[in-house]
Design a protein around this ligand. Structure first.
Ligand code: NAP
Length: 354
């Protein structure tokens, strides 16, 4: 199987792989992950399969992930689209000055990341999480200055609410600054909330969408039903879903049953569903894989050869349906009742005056 490539978004000509290599598991700084030898095997296999889009962050494994990635890309730096993130820092020392979205933290973080990555530029630089404090003008102007200084080439926002992203996108456009090119969000069969606002917003604005935890941290492999140990125990329940609701149990039941029908694994069904979701978008959507071992990557790349039927896709979409809430439910019911401008307006005015 070969990993294809695509334009990340309508905001730039940057080409990326159809699957990104996530490196949250590269290192043992969190007490759980892959050592350098295993990370090298994963990285080499991903590159051999045609992948060249690498996702890391300063905070992953307390800086080790960036250090590993720096060593791994060194021989052919320019072949890879290197993305990293700032906000939480690598120090883990609890200093308030070394965290957040402020320009102060952005500038010191990018310098520290460049050292760990042993490169003079990061291709795609993300604010990792919103701190809900720093004005979007400050973040966007900070990104623009880093682009002008040649330290980063593109910028994106990860784990920000849609309204902040849309505002930042507009500020960048009106000021003539380098545009935001993409968003990053959790998105998988058990966590589909991004469909409320983030994904429609990104599609409308032409922002690329990179999605983390395609396997819900491992839950969608079904391994925990077989009493296997893994991240659930190793990371103490962080960054992994468990079957704590009937909805999640029903989703996993369906994933496992479709895997049997399609003669593949539950993990590959979960990723094939994700890949299918991008078909209705006019912008790019890239799942970020998170293998901890070479055999996990090998197994997961098999998703590229899985072709689910429309009936199987529909069953997965239906069993993982979630409550969209207001105003989405009203918009959907109005739209379903009256597709066509004048009817929608008549119906909407009826609702507002009723
Ligand atoms: N922007 C953000 O805030 C954010 C947040 C989280 C992640 N990310 C990025 O997204 C990447 C992927 O996220 P993720 O690690 O949560 O992805 P994930 O694929 O949902 O979970 C990865 C875990 O799934 C298990 N796994 C993977 N492939 C498997 C296979 N074939 N068979 C059995 N188990 C398998 C492994 O669990 P075990 O360890 O138990 O073996 C692995 O640790 C990260 O590396 C990181 O780059 C970004």
């Amino acid at each position: 199987m070969t990993i294809g490539n695509q334009v990340l978004s309508r905001k730039s000509g940057l080409r990326v792989s159809q699957l990104a290599l996530g490196t949250g598991n590269f290192g043992t700084g969190w007490g759980y992950g892959s050592d350098f030898a295993e990370a090298r095997k994963i990285f080499d296999r991903y590159a051999e399969a045609g992948g060249f889009f690498i996702d890391t962050a300063d905070t992953y494994q307390v800086g080790q992930s960036e250090e590993f990635v720096g060593q791994l890309i060194a021989n052919d730096r320019d072949h890879f689209v290197l993305s990293s993130k700032y906000t939480m820092g690598a120090e883990n020392d609890g200093s308030i000055s070394k965290s957040g979205n402020s320009r102060k933290n952005m500038v010191r973080s990018v310098e520290a990341s460049l050292k760990r990555l042993k490169t003079d530029h990061i291709d795609l630089y993300w604010a990792h999480f919103t701190d809900e404090t720093t004005p979007m003008e400050e973040i966007m102007r900070g990104f623009e200055d880093l682009v002008q200084a040649g330290k980063i080439h593109y910028a994106g926002l990860s784990n920000f609410p849609a309204w902040r992203i849309a505002r930042a996108d507009m500020i960048g456009e009106l000021r003539g600054w380098s545009p935001l090119v993409a968003i990053q969000t959790e998105y998988n069969l058990v966590e589909r909330s991004a469909e409320r606002d983030l994904i429609p917003m990104a599609d409308a604005l032409g922002l690329g969408i990179t999605t983390w935890s395609p396997l819900a941290g491992g839950m969608l492999t079904g391994k925990y039903r077989n009493n296997e140990q893994g991240r659930l125990q190793g990371l103490g329940g962080i960054l992994v879903h468990s079957e704590q609701s009937g909805r999640k149990t029903a989703i996993l039941d369906t994933v496992i049953s479709i895997a049997t029908e399609a003669d593949t694994t539950p993990a590959n069904v979960a990723i094939a569903w994700l890949l299918d979701q991008s078909r209705n978008l006019s912008t790019g959507m890239v799942p970020i894989l998170g293998p901890r071992t070479l055999s996990q990557l090998d197994a997961t790349l098999g998703a590229l050869d899985v072709h689910l039927t429309q009936d199987q896709i529909d069953r997965l979409t239906s069993v993982s349906a979630f409550e969209r809430g207001t105003p989405h439910d009203q918009i959907q019911s109005l739209g379903a009742q009256a597709r066509g401008g004048d009817k929608i307006i008549r119906r909407a005015s009826f609702v507002t005056t009723a």
